[in-house]
Design a protein around this ligand. Sequence first.
Ligand SMILES: Cc1ncc(COP(=O)(O)O)c(C=O)c1O
Length: 442
Amino acid sequence: MNEIRPSRPNNLDAFWMPFSDNKYFKGTPRLLARAEGMSYFTPDGTEILDGTAGLWCCNAGHGRREITEAIQKQAAVMDFAPTFQLGHPIAFEAAARVAEMTPEGLDRVFFVNSGSEAADTALKIALAYHRARGEAQRVRLIGRERAYHGVGFGGMSVGGIGPNRKQFGAQLPYVDHLPHTHLPARNAFSRGLPPHGAELADALENLAALHGDTIAAVIVEPVAGSTGVLVPPEGYLQRLRQICDKHGILLIFDEVITGFGRIGANFGAERLGVTPDIMTMAKGLTNAAVPMGAVATSNGVYDAIVNGMPAGIELFHGYTYSGHPLASAAAIATLELHRSEDLPGRVRAIEPYWQDAAHSLRDVPGVIDVRDIGLIAGIELEPRKGKPGARAMEVFRWCFDNGVLTRVTGDIVALSPPLIIEKPHVDRLFGTLADAICAVPA
Ligand SMILES: Cc1ncc(COP(=O)(O)O)c(C=O)c1O
């Protein structure tokens, strides 16, 4: 007979936590039980200022009533309906809302459930596009060192963060990487876009010379986030766009963190003045209240695939939950908040204050770089001798224990608060971080 055993209270064993030190965490758990506005609350009610919008995703702040109510309402009307050869109105409405925000010409929206799925979907669409146009030899995908495009095989392969790849061995074939754009000797403590490094895009010319007309697409994050905040050098993305055009290569922007107001415009493409052919998004799309991601493509990419195929299914790709009704409801409510509260405008208004606060850490002993754009800041610490990453991890724990949530990658502290942040929050965030860097041993 099937038996369901009652679980022990407070049992942390069963959940294999992602990207986590499970052994450490389960001995010293740090739990979040509730969230509202700019803050989380621990199970004992301690308030924690959210310096990371969860994981770069709760852009409109936590617990937004408008989003919660939209999800509740939709759950009561229709929990689920397939989108394979069927449709439901709310998914179409959500797609139309997204298309209103994307740069002009990127009007076709394919729904997925996460940033990883968005990255893999974008890569597959790029391959299908070239095949539909009779260029089936274009099978190469170009990523960049230090990039993060999620954890699917496609995203992992074009990604460029060593530990995310080396545990798994097998990668996609036909993948190459551009150099990363981190030039600390020339660009340290730049405010906004660093001045040096546009020429690093020319590495794509070398790859085009090497691989001929076999490159399908280049994928980059407009601002690399997970690796520890790398802001593109002035002119770099423009140069990448030119080289892609010259060689018939599609340009994909992974806007999973730069989308939805994070850098003071709807998308990074708009703020940075370069329009890709394909764009991924997730996180802020639903304020993370329900998982959802999307890929926006140019009309040309869509038309080539959809009109290029005979009648029948045009793209053999999709997820059971593509355009899920609850996620669609959350997206519509979230995008309405973006519009009515002008979240990108709020970011632009507070950005100078944020930038000054971030760069005030320059004089804190052990800080070797500060980078910023929009409501993103990366503060890089001198690593502890022989123990890379240990110092920043202790800073993270010190901040948490003193009521502030930060995020660390290696020895870089990355901050990306909800876009509703106000000046006193900014002061508290950077004040606590400065105290933590001083309190933790070098
Ligand atoms: C640029 C980028 N792409 C893809 C992803 C993966 O998103 P997800 O964790 O939703 O799969 C992330 C996550 O941080 C990201 O920053």
